[in-house]
Design a binder for this molecule. Structure first.
Ligand code: FES
Ligand SMILES: [Fe+2]
Length: 368
């Protein structure tokens, strides 16, 4: 089956056919044509401060790691991203997160410098022509964007600013100290659904007044909430005034709510009062995705307000969404499901699903 030929048959003003979320062919096509060609969030620069600090992560089946190199003076150099695989016979190099002066493969002890260059290989002087200078770890593109580290497996990928024009400036405007924010906390969970279902659910707030009463009263002002494509790239901007309600989760005065979803699997959110947090998703299987929630503060600590909001979000919005998407994934396997029309309100607003239509358009373009 060619997913591209099928997607063109779907109606733009309707929910997609279930197969987009349930069939392996679409999952594989999304891997190759979306996730291996777009910018993926890997971590926050503040998580890798010192030379040799590293952080492992995986995009589909591709194991990768970020590492902080050393500059000429011995201080912290640039961040780089390598495939987590030894160039000898393919063993995995690093696990989890930590610090290394050198990267030594556990299999035969080939040893690489922080810049990926092979330094030593036991007994290799017996091999005619063996040249450590010619062997280097495989590297992928990396960019820092407002302190967030993104990587791209496509060597020809356009820059973040070309893919998401105007977004960097808008984030800096909403949170002027964004570049110096520090990673404070992250939690994650398996979402038992397809990645596309997860990001569709994230990018519409038609369900917020129904399913997220705590968020809809405690953080945002539902009457002002809107989601629109932003900046001529594949970005959706969520924007709202801060809640006016007496049940606000914290002192929301100062600034409003906005979030910038960057296709396909990351969103930078700025809650009222410049409270910075993120969502990102990593697909595990056609019906399983890991969702991550990150929180960032000026000093890398969770102050009382941040801790409270993180916990309230985790126990309400985040938990509520887990149930919703699990139910929908099950429903998509129900033979009785016929995709219904999207509720597209020309005025936009919280009760419109026009953002879903944008996602479907981007999906269509990527798979075409
Ligand atoms: S596979 Fe790494 S040293 Fe042999
Ligand atoms: Fe939700």
């Amino acid at each position: 089956m060619n997913p591209a030929s099928n997607i063109s048959k779907s109606r733009p003003d309707f929910a997609l056919e279930a197969r987009y979320y349930t069939q392996e062919a679409f999952f594989t096509a999304a891997r190759d044509q979306i996730f291996f060609r777009t910018w993926q969030f890997a971590g926050h620069a503040s998580q890798l401060k010192n030379p040799g600090d590293y952080l492992c992560f995986t995009i589909f089946e591709q194991d990768l790691f970020l590492i902080r190199t050393r500059d000429a003076a011995g201080g912290s150099g640039a961040l780089r991203c390598f495939f987590n695989v030894c160039q000898h016979r393919g063993h995995h190099l690093l696990n989890g997160q930590g610090n290394r002066r050198l990267i030594t493969c556990p299999y035969h002890a080939w040893t690489y410098a922080l810049d990926g260059q092979l330094r030593a290989a036991p007994n290799s002087d017996q091999v005619p022509g063996f040249d450590t200078q010619k062997i280097c770890l495989s590297e992928i593109k990396l960019e820092e964007f407002c302190g967030f580290v993104f990587v791209n497996l496509d060597p020809n990928a356009k820059s973040m600013d070309e893919c998401y024009p105007e977004v960097r400036a808008a984030i800096v405007k909403a949170c002027p100290d964004i570049e110096t924010r520090k990673y404070a906390y992250e939690h994650h969970c398996n979402e038992h659904c397809n990645w596309l279902l997860a990001v569709e659910n994230y990018n519409e707030c038609y369900h917020c007044p129904v399913a997220h009463k705590a968020f809809a009263n405690g953080v945002i002002d539902p009457g002002s909430y809107d989601i629109q494509p932003f900046g001529a790239g594949r970005c959706l901007r969520h924007a709202s005034l801060a809640t006016q309600s007496e049940v606000a989760w914290y002192d929301v005065s100062g600034s409003d709510y906005c979030s910038f979803y960057l296709w396909p699997a990351m969103s930078i959110q700025i809650y009222p009062g410049a409270m910075v947090n993120t969502y990102h998703w990593r697909p595990l299987a056609v019906d399983n995705t890991v969702v991550y929630r990150g929180w960032y503060s000026a000093d890398g600590e969770m102050d009382a307000d941040l801790q409270k909001v993180m916990e309230l979000d985790r126990d309400t919005t985040f938990a509520e969404d887990l149930k919703l998407v699990k139910s929908v994934q099950r429903g998509l396997n129900n033979r009785g499901y016929r995709p219904g029309p999207l509720v597209l309100d020309p005025q936009g607003g919280i009760r419109s699903e026009h953002s879903i239509a944008s996602l479907h358009q981007w999906l269509h373009e990527a798979l075409a």
